[in-house]
Each structure stands twice: as structure tokens, then as C-alpha cells.
Design a protein around this ligand. Structure first.
Ligand code: PEP
Length: 255
């Protein structure tokens, strides 16, 4: 059975004190209801990564993720954080290819493929984001765009490495907008992604890969999105900044 996963992406929110408080609130909420059927991953900003990883160690079924890492192992890259540094905090996951990184930091599929390689070489599991923007969706190019992202950033991987990847489908027009993909759109795209993975890597890998949905997913709409056959959980932005909302989203994953 595929792993059900909910990832909370705090983005560039929370100071040191605020982030620790939120981690404590999450710990408190999950000390009474563990939701063992869901892997919960928190992705705080870099400065909070070590302390949040440390706090969550005591809680079963929780992991941390970095929101990014550099594509080169180490060296003179002022201001950057390497995959090895991320791993040294006790973190096992890294978000790669988020649309905000693609849009604001010019990260393209070629660079993202290198980040994926570096992450894997440092034993980090990439949570790899793909998604089309509104212009592409309106032009009916969404399948093509997704295929290109998969092909250029992930399909160079040998099967043993690809099987470690978590995919997050995040239509750019749904991120932080309050507009969510419909059930039909989400299931349709997740099914398409899985079928392309099947063509490339075969049924064993395609049926095991977790494909998360992201884009204005919250306590109100998570249940019906997560009920889709090919949706294995969510990558949650805004709703992960409140322990109450994050807990409700996690609890929306059916057992
Ligand atoms: C995200 O940034 O990955 C995301 C899904 O954000 P939001 O939930 O706020 O749309």
C-alpha cells in the first residue's frame, strides 16, 4: 500500500520563537491523536530546521524537510545551504522544484535534476513539485507541461533512485489563491502522472509512488481531495501555519 503523507510547508514564515511555538503546538495536538496511518512532514525555514527536527524526534510518525537545497555539495556559494547540511540536522526530506523557486529564483528543470541528484546522494528524499500555471491550463497544455517537468527533472533516475521520490502535483494557479483544483482535475492529473511513471518505470514503482496534491488545500476541502484514488495526501502551505488546521488536514486522510 502507498504511503499517505501530509507535508506542511511553512515557506518564509515564523521567527525562531514563533516557529518553536508552532512546533510545540503541533506536538501537543499529536500527543493525543497520533494519526499513525499518515507520515507527517514539517518543512520550516532553514534557521528552524535543526530545532524543529530535534523537537519532533519524540513524536512518532513525524519528519522534517528542508524547503530547498543547493545543487552542489559544498563550496564558495555564499548564502546557500547544502544537502549534507540539511541531513546533518536529522532531516530526511527536501522539497525540490516548488513553483515559487521556479518563478522567483529562476530554477529550471535542468538545475532541479541536479538538486535531485545531490539530495539523493546525501540520503535525502526529494519531495518533487510539478505543476502548470494558469495560462498553460487555459491553453490545455497542462499534460504536456507536467510531462516535460517529469522527463527533464526526474526521468534520468535509475529505478532504484526514482522509487525513493515523493511527487507533489501543485497547479500554480491554486497555490495560495484560495482556488483549489476540482476533484476531477486533481484525480485526472494524478492518474496521468502515475500512468506516465508506469510507462517509464513499470507498475511496481508507479503503484508505490506517493503523489501529493498541493494548492489551497485546507481543513474544509482536504477530505474530498484525499479521497481521490490517486491522491496520497497533500503538500500544505497556508493551512500548515496553524496547529489546529494542520491537525485537521492530517485527520482528513482516510485510514
Ligand atoms: C504550497 O506552497 O506548496 C502550497 C500548497 O501553498 P497553499 O497551501 O498555501 O496554497
Amino acid at each position: 500500500m502507498r504511503k499517505k503523507i501530509v507535508v506542511g510547508n511553512w515557506k518564509m514564515n515564523k521567527t525562531l520563537d514563533e516557529g518553536q511555538l508552532l512546533a510545540d503546538e503541533i506536538i501537543k495536538a499529536f500527543s493525543v491523536q497520533t494519526a499513525d496511518h499518515v507520515l507527517k512532514i514539517i518543512a520550516p525555514p532553514f534557521i528552524l530546521l535543526a530545532s524543529v527536527a530535534d523537537k519532533l524526534k519524540s513524536l512518532s510518525g513525524f519528519e522534517t524537510a528542508a524547503q530547498n537545497c543547493h545543487h552542489i555539495s559544498s563550496g564558495a556559494y555564499t548564502g546557500e545551504v547544502s544537502a549534507a547540511m540539511v541531513a546533518s540536522t536529522g532531516t530526511n526530506y527536501v522539497i525540490i522544484g516548488h513553483s515559487e523557486r521556479r518563478l522567483y529564483f529562476g530554477e529550471n528543470n535542468n538545475l532541479l535534476a541536479q538538486k535531485v541528484n545531490t539530495a539523493l546522494a546525501n540520503k535525502l528524499t526529494p519531495i518533487f513539485c510539478i505543476g502548470e500555471n494558469l495560462t498553460e491550463r487555459n491553453a490545455n497544455q497542462h499534460l504536456e507541461v507536467i510531462m516535460k517537468q517529469l522527463k527533464e527533472a526526474l526521468f534520468h533516475l535509475p529505478s532504484a533512485d526514482f522509487s525513493k521520490i515523493i511527487i507533489a502535483y501543485e497547479p500554480v494557479w491554486a497555490i495560495g489563491t484560495g482556488v483549489t483544483a476540482s476533484i476531477h482535475q486533481a484525480q485526472g492529473m494524478h492518474n496521468y502522472i502515475r500512468s506516465e511513471i508506469n510507462k517509464k518505470y513499470g507498475i511496481e514503482i508507479s503503484s508505490a509512488v506517493s503523489i501529493l496534491y498541493g494548492g489551497s488545500c485546507n481543513a474544509k476541502n482536504a477530505k474530498e481531495l484525499f479521497a481521490c484514488m490517486d491522491v496520497d495526501g497533500g503538500l500544505i502551505g497556508g493551512a500548515s501555519l496553524s496547529a489546529v488546521d494542520f491537525t485537521a488536514v492530517v485527520n482528513s486522510v482516510a485510514e
